[in-house]
Ligand binder design. Structure first.
Ligand SMILES: C[S@@+](CC[C@H](N)C(=O)[O-])C[C@H]1O[C@@H](n2cnc3c(N)ncnc32)[C@H](O)[C@@H]1O
Length: 219
């Protein structure tokens, strides 16, 4: 039987009191962790696919089954779009969501490594989508959220127009505050559209939940 997703369950009812401290720590540090071999392989595959491409580059990070990646590619025929997710199970379902476009590529990788490697490659993004990243809603999970993790400096270095969506308003508000600590202004609003862009978005809306969106010009 289909069970609609429940609303976010969290013991964190306002902005996390440690947000400021944690974000400042990561803004002033650099990850030295060794790269996973599967993400090094994924980066090589992306480089081969890009060839000598000099045009616009768009990331759809945490793309899941890649439904959004295909839609973004169709909406941006002038760009090359890369969908990235660590779940082989999700990526392997992409054929059910595929578009008849050759300007996108879906790859399995851990974004903690892939964003760092992309920075080392010197890639600069035109747009960066992060649609419904895992919210890690427990207060103690703050440092698992992208904006309060060692990945934040890499997200900033990759640049572009950042678009983040969540069904948890606080996630989006905390993301905006983290960006503010990096001197970046973000717009936060409730997001609605006629058609959902991703399976999670579809599920949330079908169960009566709202989406929240952050837009920020990183560079
Ligand atoms: C809630 S799902 C959203 C998927 C899709 N964007 C959607 O809206 O249907 C979050 C996705 O983030 C991916 N993810 C979480 N941590 C990741 C990481 N470190 N690297 C790459 N993908 C990650 C998960 O595998 C999952 O597919």
């Amino acid at each position: 039987m289909y069970k609609p997703p429940r609303n976010i369950e969290t013991n964190q009812l306002g902005i996390n009191p440690n947000l400021d401290k944690v974000v400042k720590k990561y803004l002033n540090s650099e990850s030295k962790k060794p790269f996973s071999s599967h993400t090094l392989t994924a980066t090589t595959a992306i480089k081969e696919w890009l060839g000598d491409w000099q045009g616009d580059l768009i990331f759809d990070s945490c793309c899941g089954v890649g439904e959004s990646t295909a839609l973004i590619a169709q909406a941006h025929p002038e760009a090359k779009v890369i969908g990235i997710d660590k779940s082989a199970a999700r990526i392997n379902k992409h054929s059910s969501y595929a578009a008849n476009s050759t300007n996108y590529f879906i790859v399995r990788a851990d974004l903690n490594d892939l964003w760092r490697l992309a920075v080392l490659e010197g890639w600069q993004l035109k747009k960066h989508f992060l649609l419904y990243p895992n919210p890690y809603p427990k207060s103690s999970q703050l440092q698992s959220r992208w904006y309060a993790s060692s990945a934040l400096p890499d997200i900033l270095k990759l640049g572009g127009l950042l678009e983040v969506r969540s069904n948890w308003q606080l996630y989006i508000e905390e993301f905006a505050l983290a960006l503010q600590l990096a001197q970046i202004k973000a717009e936060v609003r409730q997001y609605t559209a006629v058609e959902p862009m991703t399976p999670f978005e579809r599920k949330y809306w079908a169960s009566g939940q709202s989406s929240w969106q952050l837009n920020a010009k990183i560079k």
